[in-house]
Design a protein around this ligand. Structure first.
Ligand code: NAG
Ligand code: NAG
Ligand code: NAG
Ligand code: NAG
Ligand code: ZN
Ligand code: ZN
Length: 617
């Protein structure tokens, strides 16, 4: 069964005391949550790292359907949640921790698409937004946030991020959004909010390290008077914080106010995560790509003894209509709001005007990045190197033997069976990387990819927040690594849990057999906050540890002294030169020795070219 752009197929079934619709995918029903949310005095919905996934996840391979709610459905959910909060007389705030750009087709197909997506994003009324590194790599997107602050009604907070702009013929450095905001909630509670990001840098952008920011006079003055609670939203992970970026802000406030709640909403590492820095604080990361909406709640300090620990909780909600309806006690008839409808319509119109929903072919199989080991026929890299590259990457001037070398990180999402469109193509790889070649003896060329893989493991340190000097792609790859490491941890955990029980699952276990055992795939979050964080309990998505950093097309049949064309993706050239030098210390191969190969072809159009040839009919 095909899913439409926005709405999953709805069929009325009986559910509890009322009739609600259920969404089905390939005949499988979306799961329902089973536990109510724990509403407390202060409640916060948070999202982060949406990277343009406003249309929701549209493929029917599990667990994608769990994230099928689009941004319009999220808007409806938020409207109902705000009404519930009003009824209960408690606070409900909605926050976002940045990274709107670079990802799905809406934001990656064109600049105009990114601008219009930003406009739609601002249709949800956030209480606080923070900026992400993907808004700061280039001057343009940062300037756009600066120029359109009115969209966010004074709640886009960039406490440590300045932009240099021309004003009356002079260049001046100014905060992109607000430096901090003090506001009163509907229930009358006083909030002091900041928006921060890890230190990095961009053209005419100044990002101050959080540890330096907290020494500034304006910051000390802003935290002087005690609010009912502090709200810190920022584009930084909440664990593995070696340069203590969150911690420096937390400590600066805690030093002055020992018992005031500090609610922290982070992002950037694309995981579901939760930490408590003390018993009067909670720090939550709500995943990525509009897969998760985190609900975080806390009591306020006891009036008689404010030192008593707070009652805190977090829940990671799968972003789909079932979750949203369950938690707002709505039905398919009452769920969609006018705003939600309008957002969904705008998104469909935008996708259509960008041509990203036009079909390029029909993918015959699911292809995975990490559910199967490298070399598996269903691995994205296998089809890429053995079929896509040989079919599509051809230079009419170079018809001899060749090998093509690339970094695996240039492909960054699974490719699902069924309709394949420009949106999917950009999701798999939005990178405009091109190719260059040199001539080399086959004997040397044969060893290079292996050497790059041997080097590869050392190139990206396990975790460093220091991104100064990194390129967009390096940073993306680093985030992808952290994300996959978390997946791997989930899987190891699952294997350990299942080892003793009757259940034996191999890595390739089809989803349907898990379903027949009453299990469904999804996120299995292991964080350090008390209780179970996932709204719907899942078994983890399979993960194979056997992955490589660099890949190549099949090596041609050539004897060692024969010269072959060695074609290299431009992003991989540094690693390539280093590997060649290690294998042949006398080589001085460098950029000047490389010539363009198949000019006009870049990675972000190659799957589409392949689909238009191989995936028709
Ligand atoms: C989707 O939800 C179903 C129902 O809980 C669950 O079994 C499945 O694991 C979820 N999939 C993902 C990807 O979260
Ligand atoms: C940011 O801009 C403000 C206002 O112009 C200025 O006072 C401050 O020094 C700037 N901060 C940095 C780190 O450049
Ligand atoms: C950056 O600022 C300088 C002045 O300091 C200016 O000349 C230049 O045009 C600016 N660059 C951009 C991309 O705005
Ligand atoms: C979309 O396709 C139509 C018809 O082929 C074309 O006129 C239009 O320019 C395309 N738009 C974009 C943004 O590529
Ligand atoms: Zn991100
Ligand atoms: Zn980021």
């Amino acid at each position: 069964m095909k899913t439409s752009w926005v709405h999953v197929a709805l069929a009325a079934v009986s559910f509890g005391p009322q009739i609600i619709a259920t969404a089905t995918f390939n005949g499988l029903e979306l799961p329902w949550p089973t536990r109510d949310l724990e509403w407390k005095d202060v409640n916060v919905l948070s999202i982060s790292d949406s990277h343009g996934w406003l249309l929701g996840h549209q493929h029917s391979t599990w667990p994608e359907p769990n994230y099928s709610g689009d941004y319009g459905a999220l808007a409806s959910f938020i409207t109902h949640m705000r009404a519930i909060a009003r009824e209960k007389g408690v606070d409900l705030l909605v926050v976002d921790a940045g990274d709107h750009h670079d990802g799905s087709g809406l934001v990656s197909s064109s600049k105009d698409g990114a601008t219009k997506t930003d406009e739609i994003f601002s249709m949800i009324h956030f209480d606080v937004l923070a900026i992400g590194n993907h808004e700061l790599y280039e001057y343009g997107p940062a300037k756009e946030v600066y120029d359109h602050q009115d969209r966010y009604h004074g709640r886009y907070i960039t406490s440590n991020t300045n932009i240099t702009v021309e004003k009356d013929g002079e260049w001046v450095s100014k905060p992109i959004g607000e430096r901090y905001v003090k506001f009163r909630t509907e229930t009358g509670r006083q909030v002091t909010a900041f928006g921060v990001i890890f230190n990095s840098q961009g053209a005419n952008l100044t990002i101050q390290p959080p540890s330096a920011m907290v020494k500034e006079q304006w910051f000390l003055e802003a935290i002087e008077s005690p609010p009912d609670y502090f709200l810190l939203v920022g584009h930084m992970p909440v664990r593995n914080d070696p340069s203590a970026q969150w911690h420096s802000v937390f400590k600066a406030i805690r030093k002055k106010h020992p018992h005031i709640p500090i609610l922290i909403f982070g992002g950037h590492d694309h995981t579901r995560d939760c930490r408590q820095y003390d018993d009067h604080s909670i720090a939550v990361v709500p995943g990525r790509y509009l897969e998760t909406v985190a609900f975080t709640s806390t009591s306020l300090p006891d009036a008689k003894d404010p030192s008593l620990p707070l009652n805190l909780a977090r829940r990671f909600i799968d972003a789909n209509r079932h979750s949203y309806m369950y938690h707002t006690r709505t039905t398919p008839e009452t769920f969609d709001t006018t705003l939600g409808h309008r957002i969904s319509t705008y998104l469909l119109d935008l996708a259509s005007s960008l041509n990203i929903s036009d079909s390029l072919g029909t993918a015959p199989h699911d292809l995975f990045l990490s559910r199967v080991p490298a070399g598996h026929p269903n691995h994205v890299n296998t089809v890429w190197t053995e079929q896509v590259i040989p079919t599509v990457l051809r230079d009419p001037k170079r018809i001899g033997k060749k090998v093509v070398m690339m970094n695996a990180g240039s492909l960054r999402f699974d490719l699902f069976r069924g309709e394949f469109n420009r949106n999917d193509e950009l999701t798999i790889s939005p990178f405009a990387s091109a190719f260059a070649y040199t001539r080399m003896k086959a004997g040397l060329a044969r060893q290079i990819t292996l050497q790059m893989n041997l080097n590869g493991a050392t190139k990206f340190a396990p975790f460093s927040m220091d991104t100064i000097g990194r390129t967009v792609k390096e940073e993306d790859q680093r985030v992808e690594r952290i994300y996959r490491k978390n997946l791997r941890d989930q899987w190891v955990e699952f294997e350990m849990r299942s080892a003793s029980g009757p259940l034996k699952l191999s890595e390739q276990m089809p989803f349907s057999s898990a379903v027949s055992k009453g299990l469904t795939m999804g996120y299995v979050t292991r964080d350090s906050c008390p209780g179970i964080g996932d709204d719907v309990e899942h078994i983890p998505v399979p993960y194979s540890n056997a992955q490589v950093d660099f890949i190549q097309s099949p090596f041609p049949d050539a004897h060692d002294d024969e010269l072959v064309d060695v074609v290299v993706m431009d992003f991989t050239l540094d690693d390539f030169f280093i590997a060649v030098k290690m294998l042949d210390p006398l080589s001085n191969l460098g950029f000047e020795d490389m010539k363009p190969y198949a000019e006009g072809i870049s990675v972000n159009v190659m799957w589409g070219l392949y689909a238009s040839q191989a995936w028709q009919g």
